[in-house]
Design a protein around this ligand. Structure first.
Ligand code: F6R
Length: 365
């Protein structure tokens, strides 16, 4: 049932090219995003007042990426909320507002409670869910399924990727109705999404290289992930993946925050995983690398093929992803981070598919 893979997690990492194709191919026709399952009229979309994204864990991290991308595509502010906080915050949400709920299982208790609270106050609930017919799907006004297939490993991989893909499609679709995105950017995004499966395959071919890096990192007890903008959103997921399956203490920081406290923790030999995929801020990413190296950090960097030469001059431990549209970088960037966590956990002999204290579906508070 593991299809020849040692763990479900590795199998599911490798299923991502197919899962992304399933989630997107039928929703793109002749260069246009077509969402047949979106039962909202153009008028309803144009009339959307506030936009919220509500979720837990990795699904919340998708929401972080979604905030950057939807704000850019729609030029509207988007609030991302942890479901466990939203539900008790007496949220300022109501009629005319759109609440995007993200959940793989569709059964997460806090997410469900947040959904009910927003619904009770009159908001339109649009959920992005993997498990068909799950409670969250049933209670939503609109459901967009991720079509990732069953996810068995506790640590999410293909659900995360497909949630992000669906959120990007939703943003593109709304941008068309709202008339907010430059036509060129829209078309480039659609072409970029169509190329993702093949580009993911190329990243998966680097598995052995990433395994070698993992062997060098597996003995650490503290790791810091840093990044800016979309790389910051991605660092949250990279850090969570690592800590949940390898039990290494790991933290994600917005690079610009280093100087406001965290840099005091960097000493000789501290491992810093520097994300430098987001092209517009590549120079900033480089200067943060130099800054932590000056304090003795050992850096592992993630960047795009076109920046690998420059990053490689400063950083010997390097993982690369193919170049793509800016807003799609986390779709590719997450794959090497998943592999890295997987191989580090493997080297440490951890119970990868069932990490201690964790459940696949969190139906208690
Ligand atoms: C981490 C992970 C969890 C889930 C979270 C929400 O790998 O899987 O953080 O993302 O428990 O679960 P869903 O998406 O089912 O609501």
């Amino acid at each position: 049932e593991k299809g020849g893979y040692e763990h479900f997690m590795l199998k599911e990492i490798h299923e991502q090219p197919r899962a992304i194709r399933e989630a997107t191919a039928a929703r793109i026709q002749g260069g246009q995003v077509v969402l047949r399952d979106l039962n909202m009229t153009d008028q309803q979309i144009r009339d959307i007042n506030k936009i919220f994204i509500v979720a837990c864990g990795s699904s919340y991290h998708v929401g972080m990426v979604g905030k950057y991308n939807l704000e850019r595509m729609l030029r509207r502010s988007v609030e991302v909320c942890l479901a466990s906080e939203f539900r008790y915050s007496d949220p300022i949400v109501g009629k005319g507002d759109l609440v995007i709920v993200i959940s793989q299982s569709g059964e997460t208790l806090d997410t469900m409670a947040a959904l009910r609270e927003a619904k009770r106050r009159g908001a339109h609930i649009l959920s992005i869910v993997n498990v068909v017919g799950s409670s969250i799907a049933r209670e939503s006004h609109t459901v967009l399924y991720t079509w990732a297939g069953p996810e068995i490993a506790v640590a999410t991989t293909k659900a995360y990727s497909t949630q992000m893909a669906v959120l990007n499609l939703l943003g593109l679709y709304f941008s068309q109705v709202m008339g907010t995105l430059d036509h060129e950017v829209y078309s480039a995004m659609v072409r970029g999404i169509e190329k993702l499966p093949e580009q993911m395959e190329r990243i998966l071919e680097q598995a052995e290289h990433i395994h070698d890096i993992a062997k060098r990192c597996a003995g650490r007890e503290d790791v810091f992930f840093i990044g800016r903008n979309l790389d910051y959103a991605l660092s949250l997921e990279g850090s969570l993946k690592l800590k949940e399956i390898s039990y290494i203490h790991s933290e994600a920081y917005a690079s610009g925050e280093l100087k406001h406290g965290t840099i005091s923790l960097i000493e000789d030999g501290t491992l810093v995983i520097a994300l430098g995929t987001y092209t517009p801020l590549f120079d900033k990413a480089m200067s943060n690398v130099v800054e932590v190296q000056a304090r003795g950090a050992q850096v592992l960097a993630l960047t795009t093929e076109s920046h690998a030469g420059e990053m490689g001059k400063r950083v010997p431990m390097l993982m690369t992803i193919p170049d793509t549209e800016e807003m799609l970088l986390p779709q590719l960037g997450v794959v090497p981070l998943q592999l890295l966590s997987y191989y580090i956990a493997l080297e440490r002999g951890c119970d990868i598919d069932k990490p201690r204290n964790l459940a696949k579906s969190v139906t208690v508070e």
